[in-house]
Design a binder for this molecule. Structure first.
Ligand SMILES: Cc1cc2nc3c(=O)[nH]c(=O)nc-3n(C[C@H](O)[C@H](O)[C@H](O)COP(=O)(O)OP(=O)(O)OC[C@H]3O[C@@H](n4cnc5c(N)ncnc54)[C@H](O)[C@@H]3O)c2cc1C
Length: 478
């Protein structure tokens, strides 16, 4: 039993051993564990909550892949090069080129790997940051349950819930991470990891202190994400000197419903099929084809940090029941989407200035006719793609929308083999990371689907890294 609660520079007395310890039972953790199993290695997956799932099961279920069969069968031309360019551009070129390269080079293989494990995508649609439709969607709970079942069926993955990892253990300040200290029902156990520890513990969208530290301007944003996502992994690696990436770019997502209940998926984005966004004065405040992260920042500057997505019957009919961010009908049934026969009545019901809203919609419709938005320069539905249409088919609809921090996107520095690197960019031996705890991929904004994509792709690579089989591969593409 470990006596040093700091878990560093102490002579450990191990309670048990595992080949690889994976911290976190979301998508990244499961992809890492499954990849380890496929390589013939046993994985111990530790999840602090009573249930696995993390933010993954609360998500929209959209993965950014390019050049897939699903895209081709829908007549969509996409490529690795286009995905690379979009990720770099959306990230304001502030992301690490080598990590973007690793993502794009391994994404198609991961798409097929997921299919081999029973995760087959059914829909592909246009979303934030996409220059062509590439959000591959599947119910995220089904995705996670499918992978968890495959992990159990492998016979090589042991999963423990209610097992909160408290510390990474190393016995000298520059030595390798040798294991973890885990809290199981109030008792601390030291588990030795013979071939490495993989951090897959998610982000910190549920930790107010860390958000205040790294993103003080986001104080007005709502919070969402898994209840266990309080940045444990980040802090444990930080303590060992891990570098960090993208910490200054945490942004909320536009489209969060103000009255959302914890755990409810209350994020909706009709802007990407033609809605406009207005404030309480009925005025637009941004080009709505931009990333919902940038719109999230912009809405924080509006009165009460609140906006409204305004649309009409034509747009309402473009809703897609099985894509959470496009489930307009379901949100209407819940009373979150408000409707009225005229724009004036809609404004009154939403508490928006009536004259302001009608004037704005008239001006917007004139811009659409003229082919030029003289106020904000909107020319497409999202990132240059898709034709704008007038908003003039009653009834009209409105959805109150705030900025909500669903994920933190920034985190520990890693190399292309998913080794966690210290503040001097030197890998910390024995420590790997994947998923939302990793920084450097997104840069200063985020493309829809790249976070789940990152969890799956980097999860597999972290496993391979721990086994020493990824570095040559990643290095070849870096
Ligand atoms: C409403 C919403 C919508 C979203 N939509 C999308 C989308 O459509 N596309 C997209 O790409 N991304 C989306 N995201 C973001 C995406 O869901 C996450 O970034 C992704 O699921 C992260 O996966 P992960 O495996 O890294 O972390 P998680 O799925 O969060 O899993 C991490 C797990 O680690 C556990 N854990 C934490 N600390 C410890 C510890 N000390 N010991 C043991 N276990 C620990 C947590 O409890 C959690 O279960 C969305 C997020 C939300 C909340």
């Amino acid at each position: 039993m470990m006596t040093d609660t700091l878990g560093q520079n102490a002579e450990p007395s191990w309670d048990e051993e595992a080949e690889v310890v994976v911290i976190g039972g979301g998508l990244a953790g499961h992809c890492a564990a499954l990849e380890l199993a496929a390589q013939g290695v046993e994985a111990l997956l530790l999840e602090k909550q009573p249930e696995i799932g993390g933010s993954t099961v609360l998500s929209g279920g959209s993965f950014a892949f390019a050049g897939t069969e699903l895209q081709r069968s829908n007549g969509i031309e996409d490529s690795v090069a286009m995905l690379f360019d979009d990720l770099r551009r959306v990230g304001g070129f502030g992301n690490e080129e080598r990590l973007v390269r690793v993502y794009v080079d391994n994404q198609l293989d991961t798409y097929h790997w997921l299919a081999e494990h029973g995760v087959v995508f059914e829909k592909v649609f246009l979303a934030a940051g996409h220059s062509v439709p590439r959000a591959h969607s599947r119910n995220p709970r089904v995705v996670l349950e499918t992978l968890a079942a495959a992990a159990q069926a492998s016979g090589r993955v042991s999963t423990r819930t209610r097992a909160a990892v408290r510390r990474l253990v190393r016995t000298s300040s520059d030595g390798p991470v040798e294991g973890v200290v885990v809290d199981v029902e109030g008792r601390q156990r030291a588990i030795r990891a013979l071939r490495g520890v993989i951090l897959a513990s998610g982000g910190f969208s549920r930790n107010d202190d860390l958000l205040k530290l790294f993103a003080p301007t986001q104080a007005g944003a709502m919070r969402a994400g898994g209840p266990g996502n309080v940045g444990d992994g980040l802090r444990m690696a930080w303590r060992l000197g891990a570098g960090m990436r993208d910490m200054g770019y945490i942004k909320g997502t536009f489209g969060g419903y103000p009255g959302a209940k914890p755990g409810e998926h209350a994020l909706m984005l009709p802007i990407y099929v033609g809605a406009i966004a207005v404030n309480a004065q009925g005025e637009r405040f941004i080009d709505e084809s931009k990333s919902y992260k940038l719109i999230g920042d912009a809405v924080l500057q509006q009165p009460d940090a609140t906006g409204f997505q305004i649309f009409d019957q034509r747009i309402f009919e473009r809703g897609q029941p099985d894509i959470p961010t496009m489930a307009f009908q379901a949100k209407f049934a819940l009373g979150q989407v408000v409707s009225a026969p005229t724009l004036r009545e809609l404004a009154a019901r939403l508490g928006i200035d009536e004259a302001g809203l009608t004037k704005t919609v008239d001006a917007y419709n004139a811009y659409v006719e003229a082919g030029s938005d003289r106020t904000f320069g909107r020319s497409a539905l999202s990132n240059g793609y898709g034709k704008l249409e007038r908003i003039d088919a009653p009834p009209f609809y409105g959805y109150p929308s705030k900025s909500v921090i669903v994920a933190t996107y920034c985190g520990v520095a890693v190399d292309p083999g998913m080794r966690v690197c210290d503040v001097y960019d030197t890998p910390i031996a024995g420590l790997y990371a994947a998923g939302e705890v990793v920084g450097g991929l997104h840069g200063n904004a985020y493309m829809t689907g790249s976070s789940l994509g990152k969890a799956a792709i980097f999860g597999r690579l972290a496993a391979r890294g721990a086994l020493g089989v990824a570095r040559e591969r990643a290095g070849a593409s870096a």
